[in-house]
Design a protein around this ligand. Sequence first.
Ligand SMILES: O=c1ccn([C@@H]2O[C@H](COP(=O)(O)O)[C@@H](O)[C@H]2O)c(=O)[nH]1
Length: 271
Amino acid sequence: MTFGARLHAAMADRGPFCVGIDPHAGLLQEWGLSDDVAGLERFALTVVEAVAPVCSVVKPQSAFYERFGSRGIAVLERVVADSRAAGALVLLDVKRGDIGSTSQAYADAYLDPTSPLASDAITVSPYLGFGSISPMIDTARKHDAGVFVLALTSNKEGPEVQAARTEGDQSVGGLMIEHLRLLNAGAEPLGSFGAVVGATIGETDVDLDFNGPILAPGYGAQGGTPDDIRRIFGPATGNVLASSSREVLRLGPDLSAMRDAVHAANEALRG
Ligand SMILES: O=c1ccn([C@@H]2O[C@H](COP(=O)(O)O)[C@@H](O)[C@H]2O)c(=O)[nH]1
């Protein structure tokens, strides 16, 4: 089953809300944990226990694990494996992008099912040129995994690059969406090649109905609301996976508070 089909089914079953598992140093402190590998492990596995059995997708942010070196990566491997075992899809937020030959190594690291960090999907940066991420697209296709391409990101600095105009007088972010439209053409019920479009971007003239999934970070702590999602994405709202990290994680280590937040967000987004 393709990633697009698995995601479509998971969102219909569990809802369109994704929990980011981002062990910020400040959150470890708020939870009364030490800012070391033991604290990281306790934090991350507690979040997995709370949310992975109930939400469609979890999105661990690799940077927060990488900062502890190889032992942090070992914790990330458990987060990926335990989340998948609990029935959640794992979207690993690594935002990789490089020349093609190196992109292939990233693809092997995250999308080959025999890799210790094999995930259902990853985030990638197309800003070395969309063609540079082809190895990740091709590897995802080969293994029924997914790729989410940074298009219109949630941070205020994004438009400096993404709103710049191409020779064809298209925005750079819009051009990324056009590449994705081609990759997803004819896929049923949903393509596997997604875009990252922030829930905070306000208005856009880009047609976001490209038959692919849309990761919308910026929901919650960065200010994005269910109304923003409906306004920005219009007819593509059904393909949107709204993502929030700190808004849910702050409720821990109370398992039921985190789980209730997932249910409430799914209800608000479905409404
Ligand atoms: O455009 C983007 C792309 C990725 N992110 C990531 O999402 C989470 C947001 O965390 P919150 O605590 O909900 O603000 C984080 O991992 C970012 O790296 C994004 O915010 N915007």
